[in-house]
Design a protein around this ligand. Sequence first.
Ligand code: ADP
Length: 376
Amino acid sequence: MLAAMTPLAAALLGLVLGAGIGALAAVVVIRRAAKQVRGEIVNRHHLGEILDPLRAAVVVVSDSDRILAASAFAKAIGMARGSSVAPGEVAAVLADARAAGRSAEAELRLPGPAGEILLLAVRAVPLSNGAAVVIAEDRSADLRFSETRRDFVANISHELKTPIGAISLLAEAADSAADDADAVRGFLGKLTRETTRLNELVSQIIALSRLQATGSVLGAQDVPVAGLLESAVARCHHLAEARDISISLQAEPGLLVAGDATELETAVTNLVQNAIAYSEPGARVAVTGNAAGELVEIRVSDNGIGISAEDQARIFERFFRVDADRSRASGGTGLGLSIVKHIAAAHGGEVTVWSRLGQGSTFTLRLPGGREGGLR
Ligand code: ADP
């Protein structure tokens, strides 16, 4: 492919895709290309076309730092302003490279096209004929990923401390009440509850980590929606009975979703468990499955406590709870909806919420699927 391109274009691609071709090879190609750069200037339009699809911001400047070509991303983030490289911080990297006579690098935080702050790895490479290339790679996603990871670990440590602390206190209390059988039994009952909570928390943390690591479904199968909903409702039967909540189930016959049956059942079960946990005794929960174009819509509705508009924006975050005490009392971990969101995304679908405080909530899972025989 490189042979078919102009040498400068090949060199630029080599630089941007440096990790793939090897940075050294890219520099060799650039040196060779540099000798012909004046010829390439005539072909600026062609060069711009090649740069445009690149995810990095790339700007090629002449020996007087006038812009010869810029990728679309470079224009979008304002790195090519008129005929000069901008903003000042990026121009400074180019100036450093010029002064040193070799490539210069810097990590900069600059506003992106939508005003968000981007973390950019900027590199300026002088070419031997006096032209130069400035490349900025967007590292914001890497930064966000490491920040999210750090928060997750901090949250996990905090969440694990509560049951572990309780278990150790209860064990001590049972030990010091050794002569009082009733008290010991009481402490042991509480110990069992805390270990169950710890078990649930660890299982959910593992489930979420696994979902985040894979991000997609391996070996998807056609899963009948009616059976999926029946299994999820059956898993919540005891919880519903204990809280005197009735569950109705209606699923269009013959509907299928493509995916992992166990993960899908977990997602629906989490939604039904929440509908039960956040409703008052005597309430009703409705579970439905219907076709909607090329999607299948699974809805779990309750007439429970509802969620304010402000909290709706946060409930899919890990460990976010509107009322931590109520969540803990119902055995919640704050991870249920985050797991649902990841399962939906891994299946190429989404989960959304409609809710009004004091009126109830409806969670809708939209997943690719269709009728038996019609699923692609
Ligand atoms: P939890 O284990 O605390 O239930 P989730 O991730 O499943 O964690 O849900 C996050 C929070 O969203 C809950 O703590 C609760 O405040 C709110 N929530 C979830 N489902 C409902 C619902 N059906 N009705 C009202 N609030 C809900």
